[in-house]
Design a protein around this ligand. Structure first.
Ligand code: HEM
Length: 423
């Protein structure tokens, strides 16, 4: 009976992931302890995460599955697991009965793929994310930011910073990167807002995901005939028929999903944190390039908007820093936990310190072969948008107390969908 219940619950999770991506908000049966890495108090992780890091850094979650799920919360454990190439797999297809290798792209692109598929697909994307290629995007990002700051000024005060700035900047940046033309962008934006807007009900959101995929397939097919100036056209020029429209649309969808809400979350939450103290805002508004870069790194560490890394599956029975794991067990790395580890972050890891130089770097972009491919692009966007915002609006302030803001609940990517500001 217990086995049947487990199978039924596992089936529910899998169906939900298949239809809506990984969003646990609707899974009310998940036991409280498992929600810990996704819950926060404002921008801070819950104290329980620090307790676990100190007392049980490889913590077995109480879940009704036939395999064990472990939550790791420390910097060392996280680095050790994410750096593993052979003993862990990212491939979740064994949870999706009936899916073959050809369907890997449907499930989640790079993040859920292993070598050799991951190596092949990542190699196709990498040249587009080098500093040299990204430098070409800089003027476009600056122009987008300037236009969005004008839009913010026209909308208020008060105005919604998330709507006017935090979402449009990464959206336009990714469209520029991909080489979508202006009419495509309007259509894509319309689909994108349906995808992330729950007011139309779940069915509308599910519909929008598949319509968005279909839209990308269509954009890829059109560029196959006439390759455009961005990433889609470049890949078509370099790969030709070696990459199918479907694989390419999947890669593009992964880039969009990976780079949109993450960067938007960072822009809104960073603004909130910088406005807590005029001295913080001054560093970013008036600081040297090195000071701004350091503050951006600290914001990435402190906010850790991607709360957990992609799940890792043990390929074999093994010992993980003293804990025995069986083949098939799952490890969830809490990046917000690891980034507040005093061992690596340095003194007072729960404090925001724009001049901090962490003892051993941070893990906001992950680590190892799946480390975020868009890290340099995200840094570039933040380095452009945050100083420009603070310079343009010297009296910028969040319009409501923090406890009135609607922070995301149980979302893998943390953030706020609205941020009312005055200026
Ligand atoms: C501040 C913004 C961002 C944060 C915090 C972030 C964070 C992350 C993290 C933690 C991972 C997973 C690492 C792992 O499980 O090992 C990841 C993977 C990924 N990110 Fe980002 N990301 C950001 C922006 C972007 C941007 C701008 C893009 C592209 C335009 C992007 C595209 C991707 C892709 C394609 C992957 C999968 C890489 C792979 O599996 O090989 N991300 N990101």
């Amino acid at each position: 009976m217990r086995a049947r219940t487990r199978a039924w619950l596992a089936g529910l999770v899998v169906r939900r992931i298949q239809t809506k991506g990984i969003d646990l908000t609707q899974l009310s049966f998940i036991p409280e302890p498992t929600k810990v890495p996704l819950q926060r108090d404002g921008v801070d992780p819950l104290p329980r995460l620090a307790e676990l890091r100190a007392t049980d850094p490889v913590h077995r979650l109480d879940l009704p599955f036939d395999f064990a799920v472990y939550l790791i919360t420390g910097q060392d454990e996280t680095r050790a697991v994410l750096a593993e190439r052979t003993r862990f797999s990212n491939d979740i297809r064994h949870l999706f009965p009936g899916t073959g290798p050809a369907n890997a792209g449907d499930i989640g692109g790079l993040g859920f793929a292993d070598a050799p598929v991951h190596t092949r697909l990542r190699k196709i994307l990498t040249p587009e994310f080098t500093m040299r290629r990204l430098a070409r995007l800089e003027p476009a990002i600056e122009a987008t930011v300037a236009a969005r700051l004008d839009a913010l000024a026209a909308a208020g005060p008060p105005a919604d910073l998330a709507r006017e700035l935090s979402f449009p900047v990464p959206f336009q940046t990714i469209c520029e990167l991909l080489g979508l033309d202006l009419s495509d962008r309007d259509e894509f934006a319309r689909l994108g807002s349906a995808r992330f807007d729950a007011t139309g009900g779940a069915a509308a959101a599910f519909g929008a995901v598949s319509v968005q995929r279909a839209f990308l397939m269509d954009a890829v097919a059109r560029q196959r005939v006439e390759p455009g100036p961005g990433l889609i056209g470049q890949i078509i020029r370099e790969e030709g028929d070696a990459i199918s429209d479907r694989d390419l649309a999947g890669l593009v969808d992964g880039v969009f999903t990976g780079g949109y809400e993450t960067t938007a979350g960072m822009i809104s939450l960073s603004t909130m944190v910088l406005l807590r103290d005029p001295a913080y805002a001054a560093v970013v508004r008036d600081g040297t390039r090195a000071e701004v870069d350091r503050a951006v790194e600290e914001l990435l560490r402190y906010l850790s908007v991607v709360q957990v890394a992609f799940p890792r599956f043990a390929r074999e029975d093994m010992d993980l820093l003293g804990t025995p794991l069986r083949a098939g067990d799952v490890v969830i790395a809490s990046l917000s936990g690891a980034n507040r580890d005093p061992y690596s972050a340095g003194a007072d890891p729960d404090a925001f310190d724009p001049a901090r130089v962490p003892t051993s770097g941070h893990l906001a972009f992950g680590h190892g072969v799946h480390r975020c491919i868009g890290a340099e692009l995200a840094r570039m966007e933040l380095r452009i948008v945050l100083p420009a915002l603070l310079r343009r609006f010297p009296d910028l302030a969040v319009a409501v107390p923090q406890q009135e803001l609607a922070f995301r609940q149980l979302s893998f990517v943390y953030g706020v969908d609205e941020l009312p500001v005055t200026f």
